[in-house]
Design a protein around this ligand. Structure first.
Ligand code: AMP
Length: 300
């Protein structure tokens, strides 16, 4: 496994791999790797001889300095996880190399990038799109792997790649969860034991929303209230947003019977830690898939 820190060295390493006929699968991450990231690496490795993982805590996607400063980091453990996953190249650039001062270009996706995470965390999604575009440009991957855990991010990257004709397939990976339903997240490490117990409220809220949809509720606001009511009932939690949306563009439809597919979205603070989660919501006539995602044990 080669570890490169400078963008030109990353570009050269992957140019060399392509010249040798290898197909590259890219997994962009912010490090602090867990079983969710490992599932992405495994999916990439199943389809690509050369898996490249980027580890970059992107300052552009943090709207609060204290959130950026407190973000968990452990490069040594991350490199061990990459090695175990059979990763060929790790790219771990510095802020200054990745975002040199004087950078004047950013990528924003109108509409999709403005709602939910876009309005709760101004600048966040443009920060994601800009750095992902830069990673695509440096790496030249055939495919890039993103988790459904960050459903809006996945939709945004897909849209960006389509709109800008980027020659990369964007692949989504099911959310990896703890046995009690909590989606794995690097931020879970910041929860106290009591907050960790309370954090299951996101999954409980999604289950409440999903049950309402399965029973035939077609008013998005009623499903949203079922979810936000569940979160509000948890003393350590406060709701940021809860919504039932069209899975294609994340808009709220007039009736839940309209979209081709529905998605439920929640964002909440547990103490001072902000967490997000989402799931599909089959309507009465639709097949019910096991949407608990992968459990951490199965994904490892
Ligand atoms: P992050 O390091 O949090 O920026 O995440 C890097 C990638 O891993 C993103 O595409 C995330 O959506 C994905 N990811 C994070 N948590 C999970 C999870 N629990 N299950 C599946 N993918 C995840």
């Amino acid at each position: 496994m080669q570890v490169v820190v400078e963008p030109p060295a990353f570009r050269r390493a992957l140019c060399r791999a392509r010249a040798e006929g290898e197909r590259i699968g890219l997994v962009p991450t912010m490090g602090s790797l867990h079983a969710g990231h490992r599932a992405l690496m495994a999916l990439a490795a199943a389809a690509h001889r050369h898996v490249a993982v980027s580890i970059f805590v992107n300052p552009l996607q943090f709207d609060r300095p204290e959130d950026l400063a407190g973000y968990p980091r452990d490069l040594g453990a991350d490199l061990r996880a990459c090695e175990e996953a059979g990763v060929a190249t790790v790219f771990a650039p510095s802020d200054a190399d990745m975002l040199p001062s004087g950078t004047a270009t950013s990528v924003s996706v109108a509409g999709l990038g403005d709602r939910w995470e876009g309005s709760s965390r101004p600048g966040h999604l443009a920060g994601v799109a800009t750095v992902v575009a830069k990673l695509f440009s440096l790496a030249g991957p055939c495919a890039a792997y993103f988790g459904e855990k960050d459903f809006q991010q996945l939709a945004l990257v897909r849209r960006m790649a389509a709109d800008l004709s980027m020659p990369v397939e964007v692949v989504g990976c099911p959310t990896v969860r703890e046995p009690d339903g909590l989606a794995l997240s690097s931020r879970n490490a910041l929860l106290s034991p009591a907050e960790r117990r309370a954090a299951t409220v996101l999954w409980r809220a999604l289950e409440a929303g999903r049950a309402a949809v399965a029973e035939g509720e077609d008013r998005p606001e009623t499903v949203a209230s079922a979810m936000s009511g569940t979160i509000t009932a948890e003393p350590l939690a406060s709701v940021d947003y809860a919504a039932a949306v069209d899975a294609a563009d994340l808009t709220v439809p007039a009736s839940l019977s309209q979209p081709a597919a529905l998605r439920l979205l929640v964002a909440a603070r547990i103490g001072s830690v902000r967490l997000i989660d989402n799931c599909a919501a089959p309507r009465p006539a639709e097949p019910v898939e096991d949407d608990r995602g992968l459990t951490a044990a199965r994904a490892s």
